[in-house]
Design a protein around this ligand. Structure first.
Ligand code: FES
Ligand SMILES: [Fe+2]
Length: 347
C-alpha cells in the first residue's frame, strides 16, 4: 500500500535527456522525457492506440512518438499527430503526471493532479551549492520494499554490524549512542551522539583523525519517502557539544550530508536515490569522490541485507517480529506513513 498524494523522486534531472526513460513508480509504468524546450514531462507508459510502451518510442519536436505506429503525444498526453491521417480521434490521450524539476531531482505526483501542491516539495538547496556542499548522486534499484529501506535508515544501530569497514566502525559505540527522538507533524527527527568514540574507517580515511572523536548524526524523515541526514565528527573534547541545536552550523568539523529518497517501484522493489555532499574539503574534488565511493560501498552493504531480508519475509511472512529499544524512530516513521494512508483512504 502506498501514499499516492505525495511527491516522489522519479529520476535525477541528469537521467532525463532526449531519449525516453521508462520507470515503474508506485506500480504504474511511467515514461519521462524532456521536450524540445527542455521541460520534463511524465506520461503513462502506454500508448492509447494499441497499448505499446511509449518508452520504446522517441522524442520528436512535438512530443513523444510511439515506436509502434507513430502516434505523437505532447507533454500533457494529448495525441497531436496520427501519421498519414489528418484527424486525431476523440479521446486519443494518455494520462500525464505533474512533474517538477528542482535541486537536481525530478519530482512526480502520482495522486490526484488537482492536489499536486508544489509547496509540499522538500527543499534540498545543498545540491545547488557546489561551493559549500559539492556533491555526487546516483540511484540504486533495490529488490526490497520501500518500508524496509526506510526501516534501515531509521535504525542506525545497524552501522556497527553492517558497515564495520566504512561509516560504522565499532558496534558498541552505536549501541551506546545517546539518542534523542522527536516526532514532527509529518515524520520524525532524531539525533545520535557518540562522544569520545573511535572514528570509523571512512572518517579516518577522509580527514586522518588520530585519536577519538565526538561524533553526531542528525536525521529527519519526511513522510512518506525522504530522509535528510547530516553527520560529522570533531576531535574529542573540543566543543561539539556546547550549545548544541539541531542543524546548527558547526565550524571546523568533518561533516557531510546525505539525501535519501526512496520511491516504491512495486510492493517489493524500490528506487533508492541518494547523494553525498562534502562539507569538509570543498575545494578538493577527489575528497568529494572519495566520500561518494565510501558511501556507495556502504549502501551496497545495505542492499545485500535488505534484499536478503525481503526474500526471507516473503518466504516466511507470518513468523513473529519483536521490537527492541532502537526501534523508536522506526516506529514513529511507520506511523507517519500509516496516518497518511489512513487519511487518503478516508477521503
Ligand atoms: S501502439 Fe502506439 S501508435 Fe500504435
Ligand atoms: Fe546502512
Amino acid at each position: 500500500m502506498f501514499v499516492r498524494n505525495a511527491w516522489y523522486i522519479a529520476a535525477w534531472s541528469d537521467e532525463v535527456a532526449q531519449s525516453p526513460l521508462g520507470r515503474r513508480i508506485l506500480g504504474e509504468p511511467v515514461v519521462l522525457f524532456r521536450d524540445s524546450a527542455g521541460a520534463i514531462a511524465a506520461l503513462q507508459d502506454r500508448c492509447c492506440h494499441r497499448g505499446a510502451p511509449l518508452s520504446l518510442g522517441e522524442v520528436v519536436p512535438r512530443g513523444i512518438q510511439c515506436g509502434y505506429h507513430g502516434l505523437v503525444f505532447d507533454s500533457a498526453g494529448q495525441c497531436v499527430l496520427v501519421p498519414g491521417d489528418h484527424k486525431v480521434p476523440p479521446g486519443a490521450q494518455v494520462r500525464s503526471y505533474p512533474v517538477v524539476e528542482r535541486d537536481a531531482f525530478v519530482w512526480i505526483w502520482m495522486g490526484k493532479p488537482e492536489q499536486a501542491d508544489r509547496s509540499l516539495i522538500i527543499d534540498f538547496p545543498y545540491h545547488n551549492d557546489s561551493r559549500n556542499w559539492p556533491h555526487q548522486h546516483t540511484m540504486m534499484r533495490l529488490r526490497s520494499g520501500y518500508l524496509l529501506v526506510l526501516d534501515n535508515l531509521m535504525d542506525l544501530s545497524h552501522l556497527g554490524y553492517v558497515h564495520k569497514g566504512t561509516v560504522g566502525g565499532d558496534a558498541t559505540t552505536h549501541v551506546e549512542a545517546k539518542m534523542r527522538t522527536v516526532r514532527t507533524p509529518n515524520g520524525v527527527r532524531f539525533e545520535r551522539w557518540m562522544i569520545d568514540s573511535v572514528p570509523p574507517p571512512t572518517y579516518v580515511k577522509a580527514v586522518g583523525f588520530k585519536g577519538k572523536v565526538d561524533r553526531w548524526q542528525e536525521i529527519e524523515f519526511v513522510a512518506p519517502n525522504a530522509v535528510l541526514q547530516w553527520n560529522g565528527a570533531i576531535d574529542a573534547g573540543t566543543g561539539a557539544l556546547h550549545d548544541w541545536k539541531y542543524d546548527r552550523p558547526r565550524e571546523n568539523c568533518f561533516s557531510f550530508r546525505l539525501f535519501h529518497g526512496i520511491t516504491p517501484e512495486t510492493e517489493n522493489s524500490s528506487f533508492y536515490f541518494w547523494s553525498s555532499a562534502n562539507g569538509y574539503s570543498q575545494n578538493d574534488p577527489s575528497a568529494t569522490r572519495q566520500l561518494f565511493d565510501e558511501i556507495a560501498r556502504t549502501f551496497e552493504q545495505d542492499k545485500a541485507v535488505l534484499e536478503a531480508q525481503q526474500q526471507r519475509l516473503l518466504e516466511l511472512p507470518d513468523g513473529p517480529l519483536v521490537e527492541i529499544h532502537g526501534d523508536a524512530a522506526r516506529i514513529h516513521a511507520r506511523r507517519a506513513i500509516d496516518r497518511r494512508i489512513a487519511t487518503e483512504q478516508a477521503l
